[in-house]
Design a protein around this ligand. Structure first.
Ligand SMILES: [Mn+2]
Length: 463
């Protein structure tokens, strides 16, 4: 039912670029499946990384003839545990979510007595002997920059059966979705990318991440890269391309070298003028990975799945990952609807961000818009020298999503610590990665929360 490229399995297995301790942990987890013949529940996070992780596990477990269900969740709380426990499964596999919710997963274990495996790259809050937790951070691999939830799901699938190595395209699409490709892949991601190229899973080309049928359409509907004063606007794009002597439907890949250089330089100049984050600019023209199996760049997969995930079109996003040929068009259409909303917000943010001592912030109408816009704005509308928080105020609660840069983390920034501490103080919950983190707090807690994050961040950056 699905086509797989021919792989030299032995060669891939011998070269799976992971430590023996990580292999052993994964092996312990896959061994639990031996002899298990009832339903498996896969639970994954609702962003591009999580959904590709869910798709990888779905495909790998289906190939091994397991019955399974896949559920996409935004967070884990008691009602999610209730729903999962009601399914009465004997086996749960969590991917790209779980390490931040130890207590709730223990609760699920207590209520079901099921086997539970967590494959994650988010910060581990607590260890537990009630479930198996495999987290890259425990093996010296950075969950912020070097490995995603989808890659953890991929490794698990490869240890289950090395024939699943062809799913590497989805794994690295998830890593790209988690912004782990901004500087080019590093660490484990890059070792896997190289192995993928060697085995014909990827074809490499070089360029900006502008995909689609024509350059005008890409600039109109893409927010990453984002060009201040240009992206998302019709009139400005026509004028911009006109000055370069390019037509709206020309495609970068098919331009002659002179045209392409003119386009790239004009776009780069815009980033310089916008005083965008230096690390982002430096990596603007970068290697791109084309999946020969899925017939699409993995960076574009990430964008499509991210858009569908954010509009809660989880089944469509999963279907696209599993059958890209059939679902690409409909999934792309949904994703561009989401992109429109993010672009709207970014155009508004061009007027300026709210400023505190140690960080910037903005208020957005929707959580999804805030989450995505924060990750874009910190790189394209800010020099990235201060973390950025996007805040959504709902009826009873406030959601906050925070983003930093690699450079800030290297200087001491830890948003997971700052946001979880501030959330705890104001009666909420928070966590994530040092570079990207989120929190939910009660409605009256915003002032206290912002003051606390601001104080912690300023301490981290000076201490
Ligand atoms: Mn992730």
């Amino acid at each position: 039912m699905d086509e797989k490229p021919e792989l030299d399995h032995k060669q891939v297995k011998d070269r799976l670029p992971i430590s023996f301790s990580l292999y052993q942990d994964l092996r312990k987890a896959t061994d639990l499946l031996i002899g298990y013949d009832d339903y498996i529940q896969v639970v994954c996070h609702d962003d591009a990384d999580g959904i590709t992780a869910g798709a990888i596990l779905t495909r790998a477990l289906a190939r091994a003839d397991y019955f399974l269900k896949t559920k996409v969740v935004n967070r884990i709380d008691e009602s999610v545990v209730d729903d999962l426990a009601r399914e009465r499964m004997g086996f749960y596999v969590f991917a790209d979510i779980g390490s931040g919710y130890s207590r709730l997963i223990e609760l699920l274990a207590d209520r079901t007595g099921a086997y539970i495996i967590v494959l994650d790259h988010h910060k581990v809050v607590a260890k537990s002997n009630k479930f198996i937790q495999i987290n890259c951070n425990d093996h010296g691999i950075s969950g912020s920059f070097e490995t995603s939830g989808s890659v953890m799901a991929f490794l698990f699938s490869c240890v289950l059966d090395i024939g699943n190595f062809d799913l590497l395209d989805l794994a690295l699409a998830g890593a790209a979705g988690d912004k782990q490709k901004i500087y080019g892949f590093t660490g484990l991601n890059s070792l896997l990318a190289e192995l993928g190229v060697k085995n014909g899973i990827f074809k490499i080309d070089t360029g900006m991440e502008l995909y689609g049928k024509g350059i005008a359409g890409s600039l109109r509907h893409t927010f990453d890269p984002y060009f201040k004063g240009l992206s998302g606007r019709d009139q400005e794009i026509v004028e911009f391309l006109g000055k370069l002597g390019l037509s709206s439907d020309s495609v970068p890949e098919r331009m002659n070298p002179k045209e392409r250089t003119a386009l790239n330089s004009a776009l780069m100049l815009r980033l310089v003028k916008a005083e965008a984050h230096y690390g982002t600019m430096k990596n603007m023209i970068n290697k791109r990975y084309y999946s020969t199996r899925m017939d699409i760049h993995i960076e574009e997969i990430a964008g499509i799945v991210n858009g569908c995930g954010n509009l809660e079109e989880h089944s469509l996003a999963l279907a696209f990952c599993l059958s890209p040929g059939r679902f690409r068009e409909s999934a792309t259409k949904i994703a561009s609807r989401f992109n429109e909303r993010v672009l709207e917000k970014l155009i508004e943010l061009e007027k300026g961000l709210e400023v505190l001592d140690a960080m910037d912030y903005f208020i957005a109408a929707e959580d999804q818009q805030a989450g995505t816009a924060t990750g874009v704005a910190i790189r394209y509308l800010s020099d990235g020298n201060r973390p950025l928080l996007g805040v959504t105020i709902r009826d009873e609660i406030i959601n906050i999503s925070g983003r930093g840069t690699k450079e800030l983390v290297e200087k001491g920034l830890d948003l997971a610590e700052a946001l979880s501490k501030a959330a705890k103080e104001t009666g909420g919950m928070g966590g994530g990665h040092p570079v990207a983190s989120g929190a939910t707090i009660p409605k009256d807690g915003l002032k206290g929360f912002m003051d606390s994050v601001n104080a912690t961040v300023s301490q981290q950056m000076t201490g």
